[in-house]
Design a protein around this ligand. Structure first.
Ligand code: ZN
Length: 283
């Protein structure tokens, strides 16, 4: 299916570490409302999502360090203030999703909520050998005021409530975030699902890593969570811009697809199976 093809393509691209990859990820994108109080403020290639309220906002993901001027401008362009962002969240600790968080923390003064393994990386600025991409990752800026959250807990800003779902596999601390967004009486479940690509440095084997079992838990979680709107750190994984184009073309509910998380998990499972087959064949 198309999603699997996209995941394959992106894994290959990311592994190749092309020199122009960062610039490509950082292509400009006009910010837009996804649904209700939830907005895309990221770039064309990297997610950053703003959830707003009268008593403060939540921002998920900071993309690359060089994405921050865009994210800052996007928040303002939508009519919101950076200093009203009270909480920063993250999908996973790699430089293309967490690299901008240090500067965003300086701009907003916001606290951070993160899974225990992610908080460890935020404290040191570097991923450990339990990360499949250990050794090939640029460091990230350290963060202050990081609160550890666990499965079943919620994070709150004013009346906003977001739920962390531990979805390890791409990294040990990978986290997906869910919340409700409303337009009038219509409330939908929005999922910002973490990357589920098994991308690894040479020598890393998923077949002998605890992340293999973790991935299974992650796919189950994605398959069973309430999911009306799927967003992802790499927007192509959720066909974010195809949906935006469809909506602009008149399909008002283009972002709403209750099967999106299941399809995302199915593509992830397929992709992981292909990787395991390659590992077993010694390729
Ligand atoms: Zn990553």
């Amino acid at each position: 299916m198309a999603v699997a093809a996209v995941l394959m393509l992106l894994s290959a691209t990311i592994t190749a570490q092309q020199p122009n990859q960062r610039a490509e990820w950082n292509q400009p994108q006009k910010p837009f409302k996804v649904f209700g109080n939830s907005y895309w403020v990221g770039t064309r290639g990297l997610g950053a999502v703003l959830i707003t309220s009268d008593r403060g906002h939540i921002l998920i993901d900071g993309a690359l360090p060089e994405s921050v001027p865009q994210i800052r401008d996007h928040v303002r362009e939508l009519g919101f203030k950076l200093e009203d962002i009270r909480l920063l969240l993250n999908s996973h600790v790699h430089y293309d999703h967490a690299g901008g968080l240090g500067e965003l923390q300086r701009l907003t003064g916001a606290r951070v909520a993160a899974s225990a393994p992610a908080a460890k990386v935020f404290a040191s600025g570097a991923s450990g050998p339990d990360d499949p991409q250990y050794g090939i990752l640029p460091p990230i800026e350290r963060l202050r005021n990081v609160d550890v959250v666990r499965e079943g807990q919620v994070v709150k800003v004013g009346a906003l409530i977001a739920r962390p779902h531990m979805t390890p596999g791409h990294t040990p601390g990978g986290t997906s975030w869910t919340w409700k967004a409303c337009e009038g009486a219509r409330c939908l479940d929005v999922v910002y699902a973490d990357s589920v690509t098994p991308v690894a440095a040479d020598g890393f084997q998923y077949t002998s890593s605890p992340l293999l079992k973790a991935f299974d838990h992650t796919f189950r979680a994605l398959e069973t969570m309430r999911c009306d709107i799927l967003l992802t750190p790499h927007p192509a994984f959720a066909q974010v811009f195809q949906k935006l184009v469809a909506r602009e073309g008149g399909k008002a509910d283009a972002f709403i697809d209750p099967g999106a998380c299941k399809a995302y998990a199915a593509a992830g499972r397929q992709n992981l199976a292909a990787r395991l087959a390659r590992e077993r064949e010694g390729r």
